[in-house]
Design a protein around this ligand. Structure first.
Ligand SMILES: Nc1ncnc2c1ncn2[C@@H]1O[C@H](COP(=O)(O)OP(=O)(O)OP(=O)(O)O)[C@@H](O)[C@H]1O
Length: 486
């Protein structure tokens, strides 16, 4: 029996009961109350060895108590639990100096673990006694799913650090928004946040874009130009689509991370830099490392703190909050405020969202702008989403792929155009590109049917003769095999 006393405050009697049973079973003395005033009285009377408190109580806010508690009893640890579960709650809990923040509902074993850790912990809990984040601040990130709460906890824990973060997730999951939140809740918030997308800059220009160039460094460099590192000095540099960074630029970036200085393209003298790096990618960087396309040492430097943003279809419970948020946003922009029916919301929740939050945001904007009804019903959603899942959705569902077909094609085409510099590609593009797509499509269907042309024609919805003609024209080799062979 440990004999330590834990003070538990929560206005929900059921929670008081389960928490007190769970802790009592571990041998702790437990005292419970449903209000903030009693908790404060106990603490000021010098009672208790640890506090476990709810945030919203009828007579006060548990988070607001923490700075006061720390002032009079700096060694008393406080664990905050809340059902509000927003980024702001997580940030405030950390800022005010909570030992740990547990979003409700939580696992009791998790609570017991946290209590044991808190009682053992000797180190001073960081956190400012004076709260910085105002209570009413627009929420930068929406969603209270467990996955998002984990993201909020990580962001909250990183507020006092300059650690490099690598954010992974499909396109449109909110990677840039998370990078901004990391910046906005860091010590660097008054300095610049600079975002650079590696996939959007022609490869040969990436180094000069990042590090700047001296006059005459290359043809076309008619004057000295600052790089993004210089612009972001003191702040945060967000390197989006880091997987698309060419190897030479990777080497340069690694040097900056190791030595805190860089040289401009065509420059000699090293320039000191103080920039926090947040990188993001929708690709599997480990795989790029194993293919020799991404430097392993750089990968470890960037991936100090990994944050994974799950696709929207893995956190469907966030859809209603997001829909309401985007509808309210549209209303702020002068459109009429609309609501959606319950059936419509269910349909939205069951959609696969290959384009993730961005796709949902665009859909809600369309709903707000194009429809006269105040209440959006299921029929409208059905018409917008289409009855059957789109090809792109099936495609990414089947492969579990991290990128939608549309995005992948877009990326390839952008690279294709970039490769031509200022020139346009040769005429006849439509036909050439369709063939590029048609060939792997037919090949893969043939492979799936083990070379059975009758079934391939069915699968593709093509006439058998048309398929034969295409196989000939595209010079596709048909290898037959397996039991399915006819
Ligand atoms: N949790 C969220 N709450 C509110 N808005 C969100 C959220 N996640 C994403 N969004 C919105 O969705 C859009 C896409 O987000 P963002 O640009 O951050 O995604 P991304 O993962 O960086 O995409 P890409 O990889 O294509 O650049 C933005 O308009 C963003 O504001």
């Amino acid at each position: 029996m440990s004999g330590e006393t834990i003070l538990v405050a929560d206005d929900d009697r059921a929670i008081r009961t389960v928490v007190s049973h769970a802790l009592g079973r571990q041998g702790y003395e437990v005292r419970t109350t449903g209000n903030a005033a009693t908790l404060w009285r106990w603490v000021s009377d010098g009672e208790g060895d640890l506090v476990v408190t709810d945030v919203v109580m009828p007579d006060g806010n548990g988070l607001d108590l923490i700075p006061q508690i720390r002032k009079i009893r700096p060694d008393l640890r406080v664990i905050a639990m809340s059902a509000r579960n927003t980024l702001l709650t997580a940030i405030k809990a950390t800022e005010r100096g909570a030992f740990e923040y547990l979003p409700k509902p939580f696992d009791l074993t998790n609570l017991v673990d946290t209590v044991q850790r808190a009682l053992k912990s000797q180190t001073e809990v960081p956190g400012d006694i004076t709260p910085q984040t105002p209570d009413e601040e627009p929420m930068p990130l929406i969603g209270r799913s467990p996955a998002m709460q984990e993201v909020y906890r990580i962001i909250a824990r990183l507020t006092g650090t300059d650690l490099s973060v690598l954010i992974t997730g499909e396109s449109g999951t909110g990677k840039e928004l998370v990078a901004r939140a990391l910046h906005d809740y860091s010590r660097r918030k008054l300095r610049p946040f600079v975002a650079v997308n590696m996939a959007a800059i022609p490869r040969e220009l990436i180094e000069s874009e990042l590090f700047g160039h001296e006059k005459g460094a290359f043809t076309g460099a008619t004057s000295r130009k600052s790089g993004r590192f210089e612009i972001a000095d003191g702040g945060t540099l967000f390197l989006d689509e880091i997987g698309d960074m060419p190897l030479e630029a990777q080497t340069r970036l690694l040097r900056v991370l190791q030595e805190g200085e860089y040289t401009m393209v065509g420059g000699r003298s090293p320039i000191k830099t103080d920039v926090r790096i947040v990188a993001a990618t929708h690709r599997d960087l480990r795989q790029l490392v194993s293919q020799g396309l991404f430097r392993e040492d750089l990968y470890y430097r960037l991936n100090v703190v990994p944050i994974r943003l799950p696709p929207l279809r893995e956190r469907r419970e966030d859809v209603p909050d997001l829909v309401r948020h985007f509808l309210a946003e549209a209303a702020e922009n002068g459109l009429p405020l609309k609501t959606v029916t319950e059936a419509a919301m269910s349909r939205l929740m069951s959609h696969r969202w290959p384009g993730n939050v961005r796709e949902l945001e665009n859909l809600v904007r369309r709903l707000a702008a194009l429809y006269a009804q105040d209440r959006i019903d299921q029929d409208i959603i059905e018409a917008e989403l289409g009855e059957s899942p789109s090809f792109a959705e099936e495609e990414s569902a089947g492969t579990g792929g991290s990128e939608s077909l549309h995005d992948a094609v877009h990326r390839h085409l952008t690279a294709y155009f970039d490769a031509h510099g200022n020139q346009l590609p040769a005429a006849g593009l439509h036909m050439r590109i369709l063939r590029e797509v048609e060939r792997p499509l037919i090949e893969i269907c043939l492979k799936a049917t083990r070379g059975n042309q009758v079934r391939t024609a069915e699968l593709l919805g093509l006439n058998r003769n048309t398929l034969r003609k295409k196989i000939r024209e595209l010079d596709i080799t048909v290898s037959r095999g397996g039991r399915d062979d006819e």
